[in-house]
Design a protein around this ligand. Structure first.
Ligand SMILES: *[C@@H]1O[C@H](CO)[C@@H](O)[C@H](O)[C@H]1NC(C)=O
Ligand SMILES: *[C@@H]1O[C@H](CO)[C@@H](O)[C@H](O)[C@H]1NC(C)=O
Ligand SMILES: *[C@@H]1O[C@H](CO)[C@@H](O)[C@H](O)[C@H]1NC(C)=O
Ligand SMILES: *[C@@H]1O[C@H](CO)[C@@H](O)[C@H](O)[C@H]1NC(C)=O
Ligand SMILES: *[C@@H]1O[C@H](CO)[C@@H](O)[C@H](O)[C@H]1NC(C)=O
Ligand SMILES: *[C@@H]1O[C@H](CO)[C@@H](O)[C@H](O)[C@H]1NC(C)=O
Length: 586
């Protein structure tokens, strides 16, 4: 009974959303024929609690905060828990299980990619007259030239193709295989001009340049810009934490060096957000731009590539099925929004951004794309929160560690987990005794940023900063249903994520025989059954950058056209590798 009502109300809200959207679209199209510039600034591995608009005073992010309070804080933006699946969902508007991108990430030495028959968001926007640019990280495949950004809908790419690079040398070192090479390109050409410069600044300058070109051209072609930062992801294992001296100098009050570097890495990225908005303001492009800031997944507090990132008090972290792996600290701004200066609690999936931003631009994606993402533009524009969202966060049928994470409305199901459960706790609680000295004058600091001032110029309005900051803070008292442990390796867990965002009260035992739970479980099984098999492929030693002038490159193409010398080198190395790894010699 209750499930029928649930279904009815969700259909009703979808219909309302659709209707309001149609009205909104027709009026906005008649009002102006100018399509908005879309500016997406994406952080890599930034934790949910690593932006200060959520209440932390440990280190401040005044520019991101000013954007958040001026715009709409996205309190329930869900991404996938790792880079590759998350970026695949962003760019295709589909669940990773439906594109084969659900398992782990593309390691640089592996020959696989986002399938070539999938359409990217960049292709959708370019196909509708946008100029498209990716600055920074790609991480959706590079072993063939066809896999890379300029072949997947981006007119321009400046950045790296793999998982991450050194902030200064732009090299990627795969320690377990001894591969080491440079990974930074200007479109298809390797470029070394940036060596020695801090990558966050390189990408910021390129974004500013892009915006200035756009402004000075003053043409009718709007800009779709994805500024895909390295920050604050860890660099190579031998030197994971890297930040410029002047940035570090601001955080002398943080005694632990790793924590101090992390604050500086985040802070430099925060300045990038400021510079991008300043450039939009200078070019008088703000009025006609949508600016979105988000992280690709939760922060890694522990384990591989950990940076001291914090998702506290959310449970878990990057590469785990919990809220701490999935919820992205995010905010969006546009003069189109009716409720600027608010916290929006509507659940929104990273894959909803394609249809949502497309709608903002008056683009209707081809229905043949079969998107999983929903168009939430009118809900966002008018600020309502009533669309019941179903989200398949993860279904990974990996034989070693099968796990799943799924939400419908307030219900969340988790079964299985990653890394034997070592990320399943509440990690990264910060030393409260260390406070950014600027936090005493927090409101003044925010109002003094040029982000705040520029956005006020084009969308003036009272904003109650302390109230917004309180609303965006997650607090987790003991839920009314009590603390009930979840052991996801033993049995599935069920949470009421609205009442219990920190996943403290496992309701599985009470609900396991009810239609509520059985319906959710059946739905998950259906998704699992229809899932695309994972595209992952094992490491290919032909990738070794030493064959290609120490560059990470599309080795499958290079190999096909390789010269005799490279060929002979490969044979020798292959033979050596065989000798070293073969069990016959042990
Ligand atoms: C792409 O091809 C795969 C099989 O090769 C298929 O399963 C999938 O549905 C195709 N995707 C699209 C968008 O056509
Ligand atoms: C751009 O073009 C519009 C209309 O064509 C004009 O009003 C505006 O002044 C131009 N801006 C610049 C910076 O040239
Ligand atoms: C600094 O912080 C890191 C990460 O939280 C921790 O592993 C390390 O032990 C700390 N170092 C000192 C000297 O306390
Ligand atoms: C804000 O700017 C004013 C005027 O420039 C200055 O007096 C004040 O100290 C600044 N406050 C903060 C917190 O930066
Ligand atoms: C902002 O909100 C807080 C708490 O809701 C309230 O106490 C305060 O008076 C408000 N400030 C302004 C300037 O409205
Ligand atoms: C649910 O069903 C199982 C198996 O039939 C049974 O062991 C369990 O006691 C039931 N739980 C509840 C809360 O009814």
């Amino acid at each position: 009974m209750s499930t029928h009502l649930d279904k009815f109300s969700s259909i009703a809200s979808l219909l309302t959303a659709g209707l309001v959207f149609c009205i909104a679209l027709s009026s906005s199209l008649t009002a102006t024929s100018e399509r908005p510039n879309i500016i997406i600034i994406m952080a890599d591995d930034l934790g949910f609690d690593d932006v200060s608009f959520r209440g932390s005073n440990n280190f401040l992010t005044p520019n991101i905060d000013a954007l958040a309070y001026s715009g709409v804080i996205l309190n329930n933006l869900y991404a996938a828990p790792m880079c590759t699946p998350s970026r695949a969902a962003l760019l295709t508007g589909k669940y990773p299980i439906n594109t084969g991108m659900q398992h782990y990430v593309i390691v640089n030495d592996q020959p696989w990619s986002l399938p070539l028959n999938e359409t990217t968001m960049a292709e959708v926007f370019r196909g509708n007259g946008y100029r498209t640019s990716l600055l920074g990280k790609w991480h959706l495949g590079m072993s063939q030239r066809n896999f890379t950004p300029t072949q997947r809908g981006f007119d321009r790419h400046l950045g790296y193709l793999g998982a991450y690079v050194d902030y200064y040398s732009q090299t990627y070192e795969q320690t377990n295989k001894g591969y080491n090479g440079h990974d930074f390109r200007d479109n298809l050409k390797a470029t070394h001009e940036q060596v020695g410069q801090y990558v966050t600044d390189v990408l910021t300058d390129a974004a500013v340049q892009e915006i200035e070109d756009q402004g000075s051209k003053n043409n009718s072609q709007p800009l779709f810009l994805l500024l895909s930062h390295l920050a604050p992801h860890a660099a190579n294992d031998d030197s994971p934490m890297q930040a410029p001296e002047d940035e570090l100098a601001q955080f002398g009050y943080i005694r632990n060096e790793t924590h101090r570097y992390y604050a500086a890495m985040v802070s430099r990225m925060d300045k990038s957000v400021g510079k991008v908005i300043d450039a939009l303001a200078r070019q008088e492009m703000l009025q006609n731009s949508i600016v979105l800031f988000l992280s690709d997944n939760g922060g890694p507090t522990q384990g591989q590539h950990s940076t001291t990132a914090s998702n506290y008090p959310l449970r878990g972290q990057k590469n785990s099925p919990w809220e701490g792996g999935l919820r992205s600290s995010a905010a969006i701004w546009s003069t189109e929004f009716e409720r600027l200066g608010s916290v929006w609690k509507q659940q929104i999936y990273i894959g909803d951004l394609l249809p949502t931003l497309a709608a903002a631009a008056g683009i209707s994606p081809d229905p043949a794309l079969h998107l999983d993402g929903l168009n939430l533009w009118s809900a966002l524009k008018y600020g309502y929160e009533s669309v019941e969202r179903e989200i398949v966060h993860v279904i990974d049928e990996d034989v070693a560690e099968p796990h799943l994470s799924y939400t419908r409305g307030k219900w969340k199901v988790i079964s299985g987990t990653t890394s034997g459960g070592i990320y399943d706790g509440w990690l990264g609680r910060r030393e409260t005794s260390e406070e950014d000295p600027r936090s005493g004058d927090y409101e003044d600091l925010i109002r003094n940023t040029s982000v705040w001032q520029q956005l006020q110029l084009v969308s003036a309005g009272e904003r109650n900063i302390s109230e917004l900051r309180d609303q965006a803070r997650i607090e987790c008292p003991e839920p009314a249903t009590g603390i009930k442990p979840c052991l996801p390796l033993q049995a599935p867990c069920l949470f009421d994520i609205e009442a219990d965002p920190c996943e403290q009260s496992n309701l599985y035992e009470e609900y396991r025989n009810t239609t509520i739970y059985l319906d959710l479980w059946q739905r998950i099984q259906q998704f699992a059954k229809e899932a695309h098999p994972p595209n992952n492929k094992p490491s290919d030693p032909d990738c070794n950058p030493r064959f290609y002038h120490d560059e990470w490159t599309w080795w499958q193409d290079e190999q096909a056209s390789s010269s005799g010398t490279t060929g002979r080198m490969k044979i020798v190395t292959f033979f050596l590798g065989f000798v070293l790894t073969s069990r016959w010699f042990l």
